[in-house]
Design a protein around this ligand. Structure first.
Ligand code: ATP
Length: 440
């Protein structure tokens, strides 16, 4: 018999079906047994009248919660069943994998969940929770919609190498590894390779791939490995073209998630899925510093020209009040806090044509127009103290006809935090990697 997904059982009233899933709950009563079964499409009740087969009833009594089962039976309407007004009259049951008791923790208990660290030890159990299933379904829709928008707009997908012979950008945050008889590094960004694609004449590229950062921080928004959403586009006039693309792309993808999962998101996360209106407000870094002064937020001294997370939140609050918007582009950052390859303003060489996107008070993106003129780029690299030996291969991309271009990098998990109102990045990723976490 073919498997029927639990979500489709209601269309099979009067028929005998085979369902496969996990035993979410067993109510073992005097004469009846009720099994709540779960698969990725929902829940259904199977009922068994003990007297029908005492041996089978005995077997059911010993089943551990969360066992993986195959059940057959006839689907009947029963108005007294809360789960959809129907149930399966259980005929056979195959225990595919019995769950030991007790479970490390009950994913469907009404009591408070155990601490995150413990749940991470048992991540597969934690992932069984409806909220988590939904999160990854929504993530799938989000990525699909992003790819759709990119490809509809002429973008080509690339997969750049994650093992590199020399560090991209600065040497900080780099994981080093032994590569046969020499050193190699894990890519901390696809930046240089995206730009190579511009030199290659691809004009518009995107990449969704792993990014590695040897960052020993224990914040709720950092991981040592994360999925980066990266794009780069040619023939732009300034960073404004990149921001304009980004906001439309993001609004499109959010709308798709809302259409597909909005109701469930409301139910599971208690949050209305909000699609941001376009354009997002733009605030220059100069204005941002004035806003902070106005609201009395003091930046730590070492953050000169930069913002700390508290500063980002304070500016976001101001923007929310003034423009009623959850997203804001902070633009025109000083050169001191930006990488050497960001293009500088022709009329103010102290400022870069760059932006960060702050969403719900959290930095989720950095982008810029890149410097594509070889001589200017080379002198900016030298000024930043980079060794030409290490960066010459990159500088060579700009020697034989490279168009003006720009792009951005966004952390997928940070975006999910914002989209679903989740406080800790560790809850938004399939498996978290941090300084103290390499398993499972
Ligand atoms: P932060 O200042 O928060 O450490 P960053 O300035 O180092 O971030 P970028 O190098 O600009 O970040 O990376 C682009 C985007 O990648 C960030 O806006 C963020 O969404 C994501 N990102 C960066 N570092 C991490 C990390 N360690 N864990 C998860 N996402 C990250």
């Amino acid at each position: 018999m073919e498997r029927t997904l639990i979500g489709d059982v209601k269309a099979k009233i009067g028929e005998t079906v085979k369902v496969q899933g996990w035993l979410q709950k067993l109510r073992d009563q005097k004469s009846m047994q009720f099994l709540i079964l779960r698969d990725r499409t929902g829940l259904v009740q199977a009922a068994f009248w003990k007297k029908g087969d005492l041996e089978l009833a005995e077997k059911i009594s010993t089943l551990g919660t969360e066992s993986a089962l195959t059940v057959t039976g006839k689907v009947v309407e029963n108005a007294s069943v809360k789960l959809g007004g129907l149930e399966i009259q259980l005929e056979t049951i195959t225990v595919e994998n019995n769950a030991e008791a007790p479970l490390p923790f009950e994913p469907f208990s009404s009591e408070a969940l155990p601490a995150l660290d413990f749940r991470q030890d048992w991540r597969y159990m934690d992932l069984r929770r409806t909220q988590n299933l939904l999160l990854f379904q929504a993530q799938t829709t989000l990525e699909m919609a992003m790819r759709e928008y990119w490809t509809q707009n002429g973008f080509i997908e690339i997969h750049s190498p994650k093992i590199m012979g020399s560090p991209s950008e600065s040497g900080a945050e780099l994981f080093e590894l032994t590569y046969f008889d020499r050193k190699a590094y894990l890519a901390q960004s696809p930046q240089f390779y995206k730009q190579m694609a511009m030199a290659a004449g691809f004009e518009r590229v995107f990449e969704v791939g792993p990014v590695f950062r040897a960052d020993p921080s224990f914040t709720s928004r950092h991981m040592t490995e994360f999925t980066g959403l990266d794009m780069e586009m040619s023939w732009i006039d300034s960073h404004e073209d990149v921001m304009s693309f980004l906001e439309n792309w993001l609004a499109y993808a959010f709308q798709r998630v809302k259409d597909e999962h909005g109701e469930q998101i409301q139910e599971q996360f208690g949050k209305e899925m909000a699609v941001p209106s376009v354009p997002f407000p733009r605030v220059t870094m100069d204005e941002a510093l004035n806003i902070l002064a106005e609201v009395g937020y003091e930046l730590p001294a070492e953050k000169k020209g930069d913002l700390d997370p508290g500063g980002e939140r304070a500016v976001a609050r101001y923007v929310k009040e003034k423009y009623d918007h959850d997203f804001v582009f902070l633009i025109d950052w000083p050169i001191s806090v930006r990488p050497f390859y960001h293009m500088r303003h022709p009329d103010n060489p102290e400022l870069t044509r760059s932006f960060d996107l702050i969403a719900g008070g959290l930095e989720i993106t950095t982008g810029a127009q890149r410097e594509h003129r070889y001589d200017v780029l080379r002198s900016q690299a030298l000024e930043a103290g980079l060794s030409l030996e290490m960066t010459q291969y990159y500088l060579d991309f700009f020697r034989y006809g490279c168009p003006p271009h720009g792009g951005f990098g966004m952390g997928l998990s940070r975006l999910l935090m914002v989209m679903l109102g989740i406080e800790n990045i560790r809850e938004t990723v399939f498996l978290f990697r941090g300084p103290n976490r390499l398993n499972p």
